[in-house]
Design a protein around this ligand. Sequence first.
Ligand SMILES: Cc1cc2nc3c(=O)[nH]c(=O)nc-3n(C[C@H](O)[C@H](O)[C@H](O)COP(=O)(O)O)c2cc1C
Ligand code: SF4
Ligand code: SF4
Length: 260
Amino acid sequence: MENKNLYVISFSPTGTTRKVLKAIADGMNFQQTKQIDLIKKNNIKKQNFTDKDWVMIGVPVYSSRIPETVISRLQNFKANKTNAVVVVVYGNRQFGDALLELKNLVVELGFFPRAAAAFIGLHSFSSNNYPIAVGRPDSEDLQIAYNFGKQVISKQGKHKKIKVPGNFPYKERSKKLIVKPVTDLTLCNQCGLCQEVCPVDAISIYNNRIETNEQLCIYCNACVRVCPQKARIIDDERIIGFAKNLHEKCKQAKSPEIFL
Ligand SMILES: Cc1cc2nc3c(=O)[nH]c(=O)nc-3n(C[C@H](O)[C@H](O)[C@H](O)COP(=O)(O)O)c2cc1C
Ligand code: SF4
Ligand code: SF4
């Protein structure tokens, strides 16, 4: 294969997007795969890609759009007709305009989108009381992701302009809720893991206390999932209400969709 580098750019607060991207990258089977993580904005370095590179970009769907947080972070990258694979992962409700938005954004950055896909992942709001898309991506999803990666590469030179579902103008962004997980200080041992994974640096730990800035919090749920003490808790009635509603209405398992 002439192309040697695959760059995998991900924003994946609770890890499902990362899992899907890994399976696709395994199927693409490049000699070298480099990971670029968008979670911490200060760790992102500006980078230019060439027309020999392949870049896969994957993000979760937030309210039928791509997370606003990733838009400015992706501006660190410039491409020159670089081959791109764009992927969104959603919690079995719908991906709405997110895939179209991601595709259009990468075109603005100079990429050439060769393939796109929407996969399903455990919903960020899923809980024991209200499970949503538990176990996704499952082994079948990951097999589809792997085969998709293989197909993308086997089509080299025969790629057409891809079409993906979605409407423009995109669905208006939902107003940001002023909300945050709370910490049970009787369980917390100040390990700092929640602070490490927070994509918007909303968490501060000092004097045996954990403060969460609710103006910054995007409710990604990363801190809740990572806490080994189960000390981060969702107690907001609005979020619990969303979860209950999704649990009831999104039971029918959706299938991954690929666009080549
Ligand atoms: C604020 C927010 C909004 C979301 N909106 C949607 C949505 O519109 N449709 C959907 O199916 N899932 C939605 N989800 C669920 C995520 O897309 C899904 O759980 C995804 O797998 C998370 O990716 P990650 O594990 O890489 O963080 C939302 C999650 C969050 C945190
Ligand atoms: S991850 Fe949990 S235990 Fe660790 S500091 Fe955060 S809340 Fe405390
Ligand atoms: S504080 Fe908010 S933004 Fe930060 S990890 Fe927790 S849920 Fe996500």
